[in-house]
Write a protein of this length. Structure first.
Length: 405
């Protein structure tokens, strides 16, 4: 009899773990997957291109229902797991369905943070996380005109861009002065704001949201400075929080996320965790690259083929807005001990920044011309001493003498 493996969360990290496991040991487990969403697995990252009309939902499905059937995996879609009996090693869904596990993977992802403000539950106030949210946005754009996106981070700007492509007038609200402040500094943010304004986006910078107003659906957003802006749709994109309610209630050790060790084991017997629900040391996650590394380590553990350890590393981010090229990785702000190299050509909307410490790149931020992003990122990853190429490095790989590369 095969051992039983149960996955809670039919999303990007959990299913990548199953993919990796099937490569290593296709016959070891009898696999059951529970997913709260009513679909096969899809590439969540590509929801932005779907909203912008560049892709269809069908094109972003990575594992359709047939795939699970072909692999002999039992899939329960639209089924939320609401209980775990750790003593008897059983998971239980909302509808009372039970499944026994020998090994359990916890991959419940994140929840979008909502704003605890008056009017937060009015129709038309939504977040941006799944296919359902995108369908609501596309349907709303067909009959309404004015959208307000709260949050000028990566997700907020991708939502704003998509809604604009769908024909809406969009205002982006940002609490601080820097857009995409996890990825940009003030200079790059200013360049981006100018370019997005030229495309028709409006920005409300340094605004603090106070209330959502409306009768049957949202009509206005009021800010703490007293200004009110009309809105038929409000998209809140102010960050995510690990989805750990089930883990907490089941007695699995959590802090901000489900705590895991270097091999993605939780502190409960036979239970692993991967993805945005996880806290590794003091770190939680919001991008897929580290989650895919976790998936590899966890799969190797489950397959019993290696004892590789997960290690955190810098991640790189790009914005998926056509015509806006941004590449950001590592510590792009630096501190007193770092050297900062900058090339800034405002009229061509180009800004490049390299942050060095002890002659090694620790961060990079490229706006406008991102051709060298991957090269800088690989130098960062290798921790290569770049002192010999310091004079030319900011101008890009093609400017550095070949013998120094
Ligand atoms: C619009 C958008 C754009 C993004 N763009 C980028 C990008 O450009 N680059 C990047 O690196 N990252 C991007 N991300 C982030 C990336 O999508 C996430 O890091 C990734 O999806 C996290 O994977 P996960 O498996 O941890 O969570 P998810 O993919 O969210 O999967 C978790 C799944 O678990 C299900 N679930 C939760 N609780 C239960 C339960 N109790 N029972 C059953 N099922 C449950 C959820 O419904 C969900 O389907 C983007 C995210 C969004 C929303």
């Amino acid at each position: 009899m095969k051992e039983k493996l149960v996955l809670i969360g039919n999303g990007m990290a959990g299913m990548r773990t199953i993919d990796e496991l099937l490569k290593l040991s296709p016959d070891k487990y009898d696999i059951t997957v529970f997913g709260a969403e009513p679909h096969g697995n899809y590439n969540r990252i590509m929801l932005s291109p779907v909203l912008a009309g560049d892709k269809t939902i069908d094109q972003i499905i990575t594992h359709d229902l047939q795939w699970y059937e072909d692999k002999g995996i039992t899939l329960h879609i639209g089924k939320t797991v609401t209980g775990i009996d750790r003593g008897n090693q059983i998971v239980i869904t909302e509808a009372g369905k039970q499944a026994h596990y020998d090994k359990l993977i916890f991959a419940t992802g994140s929840n979008p943070i909502t704003l605890p403000l008056k009017g937060k539950d009015i129709e038309g106030v939504i977040t941006f996380r799944d296919i359902n949210d995108v369908n609501i946005m596309i349907a709303t754009a067909k009959i309404h005109k004015k959208a307000v996106v709260i949050g000028g981070g990566l997700l907020g700007l991708e939502a704003a861009n998509g809604l604009m492509t769908q024909g809406m007038d969009v205002s982006v609200v940002q609490r601080g002065s820097i857009l995409m402040d996890q990825q940009l500094d003030q200079a790059a943010s200013d360049l981006m704001q100018t370019e997005l304004e030229a495309k028709g986006m409006t920005f409300l910078i340094d605004y603090d949201t106070a209330e959502f107003m409306g009768q049957d659906r949202v009509e206005k957003v009021r800010f703490s400075n007293g200004i009110e802006v009309e809105a038929d749709l409000v998209v809140i994109a102010v960050g995510v929080r690990p989805n750990i309610a089930l883990a907490q209630q089941s007695g699995i050790m959590c802090e901000r996320g489900v705590l895991v060790d270097d091999t993605l084991k939780t502190y409960s017997k036979n239970i692993y965790a991967v993805g945005e629900c996880v806290q590794y040391r003091n770190e939680t996650f919001g991008l897929v690259a580290p989650l895919f590394k976790q998936a590899k380590v966890c799969a190797a553990q489950l397959a019993n083929v290696s004892n590789n350890k997960y290690q955190s590393s810098a991640t790189a981010t790009k914005l998926k807005v056509t015509g806006i090229n941004v590449f950001s990785a590592g510590d792009f702000n630096g501190d007193e001990q770092s050297d900062i190299l900058i090339y800034h050509d405002p009229s061509r909307h180009i800004y490049k920044k390299l942050v060095l410490k002890e002659n090694k790149i620790i961060g990079t931020l490229l706006y406008g011309d991102t051709r060298d992003g991957n090269w800088y990122f690989s130098l960062l990853g290798m921790q290569k001493d770049v002192s010999a190429m310091r004079e030319d490095i900011i101008f890009g790989k093609h400017q550095v003498s070949e013998h120094l590369l």
